[in-house]
Ligand binder design. Structure first.
Ligand code: SF4
Length: 452
């Protein structure tokens, strides 16, 4: 649906002049887009893509600028920009994004989610919940009949994080990479990143998660795309956990071979979000919240959701994340959904998370995710200790990292100076030790991403 079909330009332009400091540039952009969409002039594909990108960015600038004072025209303009950008970029027609509304949309709370949410209440016996979550995981991810330990023989995907850069312009209060935290900053060159990747490949990994801070001059989509393409040639599936990208940016990563994206909302509580992300591009709640929408639209096959445990009420956060996942599943039913529950244990500058989560609630939350989303990948990093990781592995986890470093150059392939890590690795076991434990407990290890 074109801009003109949704919205007559003349009255819209009058309204833009009243509310937008850059009104004339905006209106000129709208007119160019409207003409291109109406076929009134010949527009090269690259120009259409550029127009689409500009309209997408304007939409987020408008969301930020008008936050808290939206009127009907805002919604109409936002939808028009959303749809026009998609149409200009030649993407498949779809309804407008409704990410913000999902937090209030009761229709997203399926019977499964509702039933699982009741198990979040601590009056629901944890042992019963663990038993059900374990049985469901074995049913969906198991290999019945072949196990030495009945009920435990199932697949576990091992992956490794590869930090490429710890430069960052953002001020996230809980993160060691935040600006201007005085840590050693390292940005790996392609050759340095490749050397780190080769070490991980040598250890057996065939799924690598690329990570980096948000530093637009250095950590560009092209920078990650080069590494993704290299990994693809080595038979490694690469996913990214990087700053949110534009739809076009994600498309470059997909084109290079990226299999998925992990993007934690950190907190769905908008007030808390503003408190913990005071400056930098990450201060834009909507840009981050819609990141998975943009990634999915660009063709990412795996969508990884999460929030940072410790920042806000964990039960409300989990419920918001489940709605978010249900929303994405409705719009992109062919994608794999993955969940992670990263928990803050240590933070720089004396930051104290206001809502600490104990082990029992942590386990309960993972079990609830399994009950609500039986097919989802549940991911657990080395932020947690070996004992708890082992326990959760036998319950519901289907993907875990091992032998991780959270610092660029941390696998010590290159002669760069030691740089700061993002968070301490609690499970310090080597890859071999984790593999041995899993094998002893009748897990069938997979190193490559498989379709379910
Ligand atoms: S959480 Fe991410 S964006 Fe925030 S400071 Fe750390 S690396 Fe940067």
């Amino acid at each position: 649906m074109t801009i003109e079909a949704r919205l007559p330009l003349a009255p819209l332009c009058e309204w833009i002049r009243r509310v937008d400091d850059h009104a004339e540039a905006r209106i000129a952009l709208l007119r160019r887009a409207a003409a291109a969409l109406a076929g009134e002039c010949v527009v090269r594909e690259s120009d259409r893509a550029e127009l689409a990108d500009k309209m997408e960015r304007w939409r987020y600038q408008h969301l930020n600028a008008r936050s808290g004072q939206m009127v009907a025209q805002d919604s109409r303009l936002l939808d028009a920009l959303d749809l026009a950008a998609a149409e200009l970029a030649g993407r498949t027609a779809r309804p407008p994004r409704r990410t913000r509304e999902l937090l209030r949309d009761e229709s997203l709370v399926t019977a499964r989610i509702a039933e699982a949410s009741e198990m979040l209440d601590e009056s629901y016996p944890l042992d019963d919940l663990i038993e059900q979550a374990t049985a469901l995981t074995v049913e969906r991810f198991g290999d019945p009949g072949s196990g030495r330990l009945p009920g435990l023989d199932r697949r576990m995907l091992l992956y490794a994080p590869l930090y490429l850069s710890n430069h960052c312009i953002n001020h996230c209060v809980y993160c060691s990479f935040r600006h201007p935290q005085p840590i050693e900053r390292t940005h790996l060159s392609f050759d340095q990143g490749k050397a780190e990747a080769d070490i991980l490949i040598g250890r057996g990994f065939r799924h690598i998660l690329l990570l980096g801070g948000d530093f637009p001059r250095l950590t560009t989509p092209e920078y990650y795309a080069e590494m993704i393409a290299y990994l693809g040639k080595q038979g490694v599936a690469a996913a990214v956990e990087i700053a949110p990208q534009s739809t076009a940016g994600y498309a470059k990563l997909v084109e290079a071979g990226a299999c998925g994206v992990t993007l934690y909302q950190e907190t769905y509580d908008e007030r808390r979000y503003a408190e913990f992300h005071p400056r930098g591009s990450k201060a834009s709640y909507d840009w981050r919240f819609e990141g998975l929408d943009r990634a999915a639209e660009a063709g990412m096959g795996r969508l990884g959701l999460g929030f940072l445990l410790g920042l806000a009420d964990p039960v409300k956060e989990l419920q918001a994340m489940m709605r978010h996942a249900a929303y994405l599943q409705l719009r992109y039913p062919d994608r794999t959904i993955a969940f992670s529950l990263p928990r803050i244990h240590d933070a720089p500058g004396g930051f104290r998370p206001p809502c600490l989560v104990g082990d029992d609630l942590f386990i309960r939350m993972y079990c609830v995710l399994r009950m609500a989303f039986p097919e989802a990948q549940l991911v657990l990093s080395t932020r947690e200790g070996a004992t708890l990781r082992n326990r959760l592995a036998t319950i519901c986890i289907t993907q875990m990292s091992a032998g991780s470093s959270t610092a660029p150059g941390g696998y010590e392939s290159c002669q760069c100076r030691p740089s700061g890590e993002q968070f301490p690795v609690i499970d310090q076991r080597s890859v071999a030790d984790v593999v041995a434990w899993l094998k002893d407990h009748a897990f069938r290890l997979t190193w490559e991403i498989q379709s379910r």
